[in-house]
Design a protein around this ligand. Sequence first.
Ligand code: ADP
Ligand code: MG
Length: 235
Amino acid sequence: MREAEKQLSGVRRVVCVGSGKGGVGKSLVSATAALLLSQRSRRVGLLDLDFYGPSAHLILGAWDLMPTEDRGVVPPEIHGVRLMSIAPYIGEGPSALRGSDATHAMLELLAITRWGELDLLLVDMPPGTGDEILDVVKFIPAAEWLVVSTPSKLSIQTVRRLLLLLRETGSKIMGAIENMAEGEACVEEFCRAEGVQFLGSVPRDPKVERAIGRPELLLRTEFARRLEAIVRKLK
Ligand SMILES: Nc1ncnc2c1ncn2[C@@H]1O[C@H](COP(=O)(O)OP(=O)(O)O)[C@@H](O)[C@H]1O
Ligand SMILES: [Mg+2]
């Protein structure tokens, strides 16, 4: 754990992108936000902690980028984003990690990764409102949380649970983003009721799918354009 702290000592801010639920756009939001920040000359890292469905390397088109080994592991850089994921280590097979193995893998990844100096490290969180959150809170106590929700009641309900847990652990909650917005301001209303800052909404954008794995194309989508307005708030 001390090792993890040391490796993060040059990182000014750690922002975890969480939702509690899968399929709401955490990976897409965190990867696109990393690209946008890098374009704004921020030194930015992206850590994919979804060991069951790592996606960041797919979104950034970094399938074959291997970290280099040098007194630990140096993340490869893609479009200016330093990316760390277990994907290059596990290949295409299923990753049948038990809970305690996932905890070990997370700690190991944090202990070996040499991030260097970063303005911001975005963490793409796995779904779940249990161990995966508690582990990150424990290993990265300074982490701030950016919550993603779709307008669906199912997503909002899970986010409510996540917020309870984060509050219980004394974590800092930056705010919430509504993804795949449909016009009704459900997430904004929810944020008001919960006393959480609403950071803005991004629409469902059918052009996103073609842009997976093609960062230049992804940056030109309406999705990215709208996310940019939110990312500007992440100094
Ligand atoms: N705003 C959006 N418009 C269109 N497709 C989206 C949007 N947000 C997410 N998606 C798509 O929905 C799926 C789930 O997104 P993903 O980022 O993998 O969610 P999570 O990481 O929360 O499980 C992906 O196929 C992704 O490309
Ligand atoms: Mg994901």
